[in-house]
Design a protein around this ligand. Structure first.
Ligand SMILES: Nc1nc2c(ncn2[C@@H]2O[C@@H]3COP(=O)(O)O[C@H]4[C@@H](O)[C@H](n5cnc6c(=O)[nH]c(N)nc65)O[C@@H]4COP(=O)(O)O[C@H]3[C@H]2O)c(=O)[nH]1
Length: 680
């Protein structure tokens, strides 16, 4: 039973078919054999009965007349049938009257049957005949039946086996095929396989369902594969992006600091192996901050992208251009054999900036200051090489920008000097080494001094007398400019108070403020406090601002400027004409006055174009009710041209160079109202 339970379907079908066929054939054969045997026995008995009946009918008279010879003769005819072995005849009193035996051998006494019949004459029984019968053929018949049964069963077994095989083919083969397909699918994960559909019965339907299921799984797999493929592509893209972001500047797409450090190491190894040099160039765009803040960050970004594109196009493939942030670019020029090669490459880079840039359909010009240092001459690590390039770049900036310098050890002195100035400036502010100088501003219509500009000077203990150019840029760099301007502002209020109390003059003072003040409202607070403390009419103070006020946060800067204006302090826009969108400022900033840069005035008597420009600015100022001061007037002809152009105010060496307070007051007393003839 256990074997059957564990057997395969195929085995089960074979076994069931075989045994059913076998049992059926045995039962059928047995029934047939039994019927055959019964039929044979019945026929035998009928025959013998008939024979005995005939004899009993014929021996009546012989028994009646006790004629034994006749009886013997009649009875002997019975022995023609080999089955009859003994005949006994009894009279009416049942006494044995006659007996006769056939004499047959091989008789098995236990299988002898007795048949008896009444001997009737004229309807009256006169005796009995008893016959012993032995069926000789019975063994033969049984043997034949057994042989027939054996043959039947053998044929049945063979037929059952054939049938079982056919059945299993018909029933189990499709199931087994399904089984082997599912095993194959499970093993290979190939959902493209399909099972044969041999029939339309349940197994056939199962195969169809199985195929349908495979199709669904295949479709789902395909979808899943596509999805996975898409996700993989997305992930790869993302990974690429992250990789790119990790090594590139997101704005310009140029390599970043990480790549620079990697490429520096490579370039250094290569240079040492090949005994050549490579250069590290540090580039800083001139006036980028002003462009960025006047035109907007988006504009500045576009300019940086264009600069990056031009730089990349200019250098060789093996060189590296990267952006470190802001407007700071670094270029590694590799494989340099001579200093000439560096000069040529750097000039090419400078040339990139000689043609104007076109951003948002607007033309813009920017220069670049380049500092260069060489590996291994100026250092062996990226830091030291970059520091040296930085020093050289400062030299380029100090030297009027848009030029390049290769680092030399003496430049280190510049750095030391800068640091020294910055350190000393802290002390200078504490010890009041800074002195205010004054330069008059003359109102041309009345030839009267209307005010003066306060300009700082430094009596340095070691360096001697310093003009702003020697320390203001360093103060700007270190933010010391804030303290410096507060110092100048306080001193200017003291001067105004002093002049007022001594009745010197009602002259206004113009104080320069760095753009750094315009990121918060602290300066407004300071001015307000001073106005209250020194009790000075706000109109006597003029604040000179440049476009640089808008450098860090233009919106806040506008608000700070407006807040100063609300205090009724005058505002003037300094260095007008050197910036980028000065005309736009005239509308947005609440200014009272424009100070035309002296670079315009210097060419006024030789350049008709400059004259036209100044005329245009003056008439624009008049329309906007903004006064105009021409700075840097050095000659009479310049003064006359400005007068003819209807300029409001003038300032310059022609009248007076910036001088200390006492000198200025004396000059003031001497020259009121100002007589141009005396000044010459
Ligand atoms: N060639 C020539 N130059 C003339 C003539 N007339 C005047 N100047 C010079 O022109 C500059 C005018 O000042 P700025 O444009 O405000 O330019 C100033 C101003 O931007 C800055 N500065 C001066 N004092 C201060 C200060 O207290 N605070 C701040 N933040 N900046 C200051 O330093 C700059 C330079 O000041 P200075 O050297 O005093 O230079 C002054 C002045 O001496 C002339 O006829 N010809």
């Amino acid at each position: 039973m256990k074997y059957f339970v564990n057997a395969s379907i195929r085995g089960k079908i074979i076994l069931i078919t075989f045994f059913i066929s076998l049992i059926v054939s045995i039962v059928m054969t047995s029934i047939t054999a039994f019927k055959e045997f019964a039929h044979f026995s019945e026929a035998f008995e009928q025959r013998v009965q008939m024979e005995i009946q005939i004899i009993s009918d014929n021996i009546g008279s012989a028994l009646l007349f006790e004629d034994k010879d006749n009886l013997k003769e009649t009875v002997e005819s019975l022995f023609q049938d080999k089955a009859i072995v003994n005949v006994k005849v009894y009279d009416a009193e049942e006494h044995l009257f006659f007996e006769l035996s056939s004499g047959a051998e091989n008789i098995q006494p236990e299988r002898i049957e007795n048949i008896e019949k009444q001997i009737v004459v004229d309807g009256e029984s006169i005796g009995i005949i008893r016959v012993d019968v032995f069926n000789h053929n019975l063994n033969e018949v049984i043997k034949n039946i057994i042989i027939a049964m054996f043959l039947n069963i053998t044929i049945s077994v063979v037929l059952a086996a054939i049938l079982a095989l056919i059945f299993q083919r018909l029933i189990s083969a499709p199931i087994l095929h399904l089984y082997s397909m599912s095993a194959q699918v499970a093993q290979t994960q190939n959902y493209g396989l399909r099972a044969e559909q041999y029939s339309s019965d349940e197994v056939g339907k199962l195969a169809a369902m199985f195929n349908h299921m495979l199709e669904k799984v295949e479709q789902r797999d395909e979808k899943l594969e596509k999805l996975v493929e898409m996700r993989t592509v997305e992930l790869e893209k993302l990974a690429d992006e992250f990789r790119h972001r990790a090594f590139h500047d997101s704005l310009t797409g140029l390599p970043n600091r990480a790549v620079l450090s990697e490429r520096f190491t490579l370039a250094a190894d290569q240079a040492l192996r090949r005994s050549n040099k490579f250069a590290c160039l540090l580039l800083d765009l001139d006036n980028f901050k002003t462009i960025n803040d006047t035109k907007g960050h988006n504009y500045g970004d576009k300019l940086l992208v264009e600069v990056a594109r031009r730089l990349k196009q200019t250098v060789r493939k093996e060189d590296l251009v990267c952006r470190l942030g802001g407007d700071e670019f670094v270029i590694l020029l590799v494989g340099l054999r001579t200093l000439d090669a560096l000069n040529i490459a750097t000039r090419k880079i400078l040339n990139v900036f000689s043609s104007d840039f076109y951003i948002k359909n607007e033309r813009v010009k920017t220069g670049v200051s380049i500092g260069a240092s060489l590996f291994p001459d100026h250092g062996e690590s990226l830091n030291s090489i970059k520091r040296k390039a930085d020093v050289a770049m400062y030299r380029a900036k100090d030297s009027g920008k848009n030029c390049f310098f290769v680092y030399t050890p003496d430049m280190q002195e510049d750095v030391k000097h800068r640091l020294m100035i910055q350190n000393d400036l802290v002390k200078a502010l504490e010890e009041e080494q800074l002195v205010l100088y004054y330069q008059p501003k003359i109102y041309l219509k009345s030839n009267k001094v209307s005010g003066c500009e306060v300009l700082i000077r430094w009596q340095h203990p070691k360096e001697g007398f310093l003009t702003p150019a020697a320390f203001i840029p360093y103060a700007e760099e270190s933010k010391l400019i804030i303290q410096l301007d507060y110092y100048v502002l306080r001193k200017s209020f003291e001067t105004l108070k002093n002049w007022q109390s001594k009745g010197v003059s009602n002259t206004s003072l113009s104080v320069n403020l760095s753009g750094r003040h315009f990121t918060n409202f602290n300066i407004v607070k300071v001015i307000k406090e001073h106005l209250a403390t020194y009790k000075i009419e706000p109109e006597l103070l003029e604040i000179e601002i440049t476009e640089a006020v808008l450098i860090e946060d233009p919106e806040v800067a506008q608000e700070v400027v407006s807040a100063i204006k609300k205090l009724r302090v005058r505002l003037s826009l300094d260095d007008f004409g050197t910036g980028y969108s000065s005309l736009n400022y005239l509308r947005t900033l609440p200014i009272d006055c424009i100070k035309l840069d002296h670079s315009f005035i210097q060419r006024i008597d030789i350049s008709q174009q400059d004259r036209r420009l100044i005329k245009g600015i003056i008439s624009l100022g008049k329309q906007l009710q903004i006064e105009l001061v021409a700075e840097g007037v050095e000659t009479e002809s310049q003064l006359e041209i400005l007068r003819a152009l209807n300029c409001d105010y003038v300032q310059g060496y022609y009248f007076l160079k910036p001088v200390p307070e006492t000198e200025f007051v004396e000059w003031l007393k001497r020259s009121e109202p100002f007589d141009p003839a005396q000044s010459a």
